[in-house]
Design a protein around this ligand. Structure first.
Ligand SMILES: Nc1ncnc2c1ncn2[C@@H]1O[C@H](COP(=O)(O)OP(=O)(O)OP(=O)(O)O)[C@@H](O)[C@H]1O
Ligand SMILES: O=C(O)C1=C[C@@H](O)[C@@H](O)[C@H](O)C1
Ligand SMILES: [Mg+2]
Length: 168
């Protein structure tokens, strides 16, 4: 059993939004490792970061990804930083990984109104977002079979593009 698609990308790329729509389109269930961690821990991600620190969250996330890759045969969205784990990257080998990309301006705009993203909660979210993209872009690309730039597309258009690309 393997997910039909595993969605990766930075915060605000639309992993949850597009993942849910893609699952509807494919008529399969949707699962999100951020939600799995929250459910297992019974606390919000921001609270885990604050109380236990990022490394503790990454460990929980690694476990959540490994379990979901084993159990889930629908669409799976990973947390934005999940690919930073070498173990997770190894676990993703052979899977249909979709990288949703977003530029700094649009990514900061989409995430700017939320306080639920602890990594972007600093004084200059735009600069933080740029640094995050600079670090992660090659990592997302290294695990992905398909890349879709989402800046100029509506969620429905992104899903169309992902379905097309996965069929090729
Ligand atoms: N293609 C799009 N066009 C316009 N808005 C979008 C698009 N994709 C997502 N959004 C909006 O951007 C915001 C972030 O989307 P979403 O929560 O799906 O991102 P995410 O990648 O799951 O982020 P996180 O890593 O924080 O979980 C939401 O308000 C969503 O409605
Ligand atoms: O990009 C990240 O590092 C994160 C993205 C979110 O999905 C959450 O997993 C968490 O807020 C960390
Ligand atoms: Mg999400």
């Amino acid at each position: 059993m393997a997910p039909r698609a595993v969605v990766v990308g930075p915060p605000g790329a639309g992993k949850t939004t597009i993942g849910e729509l893609l699952a509807d389109r494919l008529r399969v269930p949707f699962r999100d490792t951020d939600a799995d961690v929250v459910e297992r821990e019974g606390r919000a991600i921001a609270d885990i970061f604050t109380a236990d620190g990022e490394p503790a969250f990454r460990k929980l996330e690694e476990e959540a990804v490994e379990t979901a890759l084993r159990e889930h045969d629908g669409v799976l969205a990973l947390g934005g930083g999940a690919v930073l784990s070498e173990r997770t990257r190894a676990n993703l080998a052979g899977h249909a990984v979709v990288f949703l990309s977003v530029g700094v301006a649009e990514g900061a705009r989409r995430t700017g109104l939320s306080v639920a993203r602890p990594l972007l909660a600093g004084v200059n979210p735009r600069a933080t977002f740029k640094a995050l993209l600079d670090e992660r872009l090659p990592v997302y690309r290294s695990v992905a079979a398909v890349e879709v730039a989402t800046d100029e597309l509506s969620p429905a258009e992104v899903v169309d593009r992902v379905v097309d690309e996965l069929a090729n």
